[in-house]
Design a protein around this ligand. Structure first.
Ligand code: MN
Length: 154
């Protein structure tokens, strides 16, 4: 009994020891190349700056997305949801069946899994947001048709 207790205590110590510790990682600004948003999934000029990838512990990826005036994503949904944190400009978000809604710096938008929506700049101002997108079975987005000028202008 006493030996078992000691063994458990030792195991606990080993488990917390430096041999098992992981170190904090800093991904430096400038080390992650920007990309243009694909014309297949975006309308207008969109720049995507990757921030972090999903890993064994973090089941989401993050990116800073900047939309030029008039630019927007296609309609899409996220199998495990998405958070948008607006960092500059003024933009619009809309979900299927809902009104277009204005978003501004400091606004945080949660889109639940499977909800069809789009996000982008307004017609006259750019908009940037950080997108944190959950991953399910290696997938984080389901793309649909583009947002037409008529839908965008409503
Ligand atoms: Mn989205």
């Amino acid at each position: 009994m006493k030996l078992t207790a000691i063994a458990v205590a030792l195991l606990a110590l080993v488990g917390m020891g430096p041999a098992h510790a992981q170190t904090a990682e800093i991904s430096r600004n400038g080390s992650r190349p920007s990309a243009m948003g694909s014309a297949q999934y975006f309308t207008g000029s969109v720049i995507v700056e990757p921030l972090f990838r999903a890993n064994e512990h973090m089941h989401a990826s993050g990116g800073l997305v900047t939309f030029a005036p008039g630019a927007r994503s296609a309609w899409h949904s996220h199998p495990a949801g998405q958070i948008l944190i607006v960092t500059s400009g003024t933009g619009w978000v809309q979900e299927k069946g809902g009104e277009k809604r204005a978003v501004r710096p400091g606004d945080v938008v949660w889109t639940p899994p499977g909800v069809m929506h789009w996000h982008g700049a307004t017609a006259t101002t750019s908009m940037s947001h950080i997108a944190i997108t959950n991953m399910r079975d290696g997938k984080n987005v389901e793309w649909m048709q583009k947002v037409s000028d008529e839908e965008y202008g409503k």
